[in-house]
Design a protein around this ligand. Structure first.
Ligand code: CMX
Length: 145
C-alpha cells in the first residue's frame, strides 16, 4: 500500500545540494583542472583541521564543488583514497538546522556518524549520515546552525 506522507514528517527537508565533495590526491593539480579546463573559479582554500583535510571551493549554479585533499593518511579522506582512489566522496544537503535534521533522521532509523553537528568549512555546521544507511553515499547535512 502506498504510504501517504504528511508535511510534518519532513521538517528537515533539504533545500538544495550545498556541495559535492570530491577526494583528490593533489589539490593544486585538481584546482588547475577546474580552472583551466572547465573555466570555474576557485574562490576559497581552507584547512578543516577537525576533518584532517584541505578544501578548495568552486561555485557552480546553486551548488558548489568542494575538492578535498587529505592532510593525514589516517583521516577520512586519506583512508578513502587509499581504499577507493580519487572520486566523489560525499554529497552535502543544505538544511536549516543540522541538529534537528540529524535527530529527525535518527528517529527514522538512519545510522549517524555525527550525533551532534561539528564545524565544517565556510563557517557551516555539518553532520554526516553513515553510507551503510544511505545506499552507499556518504551524506552530509550542512547548515548555518
Ligand atoms: N562513501 C561511501 N562509502 C564509504 C566512504 C564514502 N565516502 N568512506 C568509507 N566508505 C565505506 C568503505 O568503503 C567501507 O565499506 P566496506 O565495509 O564495504 O568495505 C566502510 O564505509 C567503512 O570504511 P572504512 O574505510 O573502514 O572507514 P571508517 O569506517 O573508519 O570510516 C566513515 C568511514 C564514512 C565512517 C568516515 O570516513 C567518516 O566518518 N566520514 C565522515 C567525515 C568525513 O568524511 N570528513 C571529510 C569531509 C569533511 C568536509 O567536507 O569538510
Amino acid at each position: 500500500m502506498m504510504h501517504v506522507w504528511v508535511l510534518n514528517e519532513f521538517m528537515m527537508k533539504p533545500t538544495h545540494i550545498e556541495h559535492i565533495g570530491i577526494a583528490v590526491s593533489d589539490l593544486e593539480k585538481a584546482i588547475r583542472f577546474y580552472e583551466e579546463v572547465l573555466g570555474l573559479v576557485c574562490y576559497a582554500i581552507e584547512e578543516v583541521k577537525d576533518q584532517k583535510v584541505r578544501t578548495a571551493f568552486f561555485r557552480i549554479g546553486e551548488t558548489k564543488i568542494e575538492l578535498l585533499e587529505s592532510m593525514d593518511p589516517e583521516g577520512p579522506v586519506g583512508k578513502f583514497i587509499e581504499k577507493r582512489g580519487e572520486g566523489i566522496h560525499h554529497i552535502a544537503l543544505a538544511v536549516n538546522d543540522v541538529t534537528n535534521a540529524l535527530r529527525e533522521v535518527e528517529d527514522k532509523g538512519i545510522q549517524l556518524i555525527d550525533k551532534q553537528p561539528r564545524k565544517g568549512a565556510e563557517g557551516f555546521m555539518i553532520g554526516f549520515l553513515h553510507p551503510k544507511s544511505t545506499f552507499g553515499v556518504l551524506t552530509e547535512f550542512c547548515g548555518k546552525k
